[in-house]
Design a binder for this molecule. Structure first.
Ligand SMILES: Cc1cc2nc3c(=O)[nH]c(=O)nc-3n(C[C@H](O)[C@H](O)[C@H](O)COP(=O)(O)O)c2cc1C
Length: 218
């Protein structure tokens, strides 16, 4: 008899433990970060569209708003290279807590509005420090699943999309796409819901993300 048997119920799966002679439920988890200072803004709407699809597939979601926090960028101290202890030496904000959540999750989604054709400062701070810590402590995000979610009024969103994807790619993660690049158009909070193609893009992204997670954990 094989050491492990897997069977599925939606995206959740059960693995047979040959020693204990029982099935263990394995639940998949995705952590989503919203880098907008507007908690109920367009990035939030877009992330919720993705999250609804993930939850419909039975995936647990942990949604975190970082847009109004005081977060620092990387200060180039290289202490994480020396310690390799999965943490950043700057301990006076919540970034270590967020890095831990990324390490524990099966999938990671970063959502940001477009600010001067780039991601927000807080999202950048998170990405800078998380990439240094996770790469130097042994490629801790390798083979996890990732996607970017971007809100924009008019232009610059594909640059944000690319910048976030560089984080996933250097982390050796699997990047999930959709029927268009993952962006939604709107200025005032909630306006993105009128962008029909954007809505379709985020719903498809959620479905694709669940599909890839399931295949990778088979
Ligand atoms: C400081 C700032 C810079 C912005 N820069 C751009 C930009 O470069 N291109 C653009 O199309 N929209 C820009 N916008 C508009 C936002 O990207 C847009 O309103 C987005 O929907 C906001 O998302 P949110 O509601 O999640 O914060 C900017 C908004 C602010 C406040």
């Amino acid at each position: 008899m094989k050491n492990s048997i897997t069977f599925y119920q939606d995206i959740n799966y059960y693995k047979f433990n040959n020693h204990k002679k029982n099935f263990k439920l394995v639940k998949m988890k995705v952590v989503l970060f919203n880098g907008s200072p507007r908690k109920a803004g367009n990035t939030n709407e877009c992330l919720n569209m993705v999250m609804e699809e993930l939850q419909a597939a039975g995936i647990e979601c942990d949604y975190i708003c970082i847009g109004m926090e005081k977060l620092h960028g990387c200060i180039s101290c290289y202490k994480c290279v020396a310690t390799k202890d999965k943490t950043c030496a700057q301990k006076d904000d919540k970034i270590n807590e967020y890095i831990e959540k990324m390490i524990e999750a099966d999938g990671i989604i970063f959502g940001s509005p477009t600010y001067v054709a780039n991601m927000t400062t807080n999202m950048k701070a998170l990405l800078e420090r998380a990439v240094m810590v996770t790469l130097t402590s042994g490629n801790l995000l390798k083979h996890k699943v990732g996607a970017a979610v971007v809100a924009v009024r008019r232009a610059g969103a594909v640059h944000v999309f690319s910048s976030i994807n560089y984080f996933f790619l250097i982390s050796q993660m699997v990047v999930v796409g959709s029927s268009y690049w993952n962006l939604g158009i709107g200025l005032a909070p909630g306006e993105v819901n009128k962008d029909r193609e954007g809505v379709r893009t985020f719903k498809n992204l959620g479905k694709n993300f669940a599909f890839v997670l399931q295949k990778m954990n088979a």
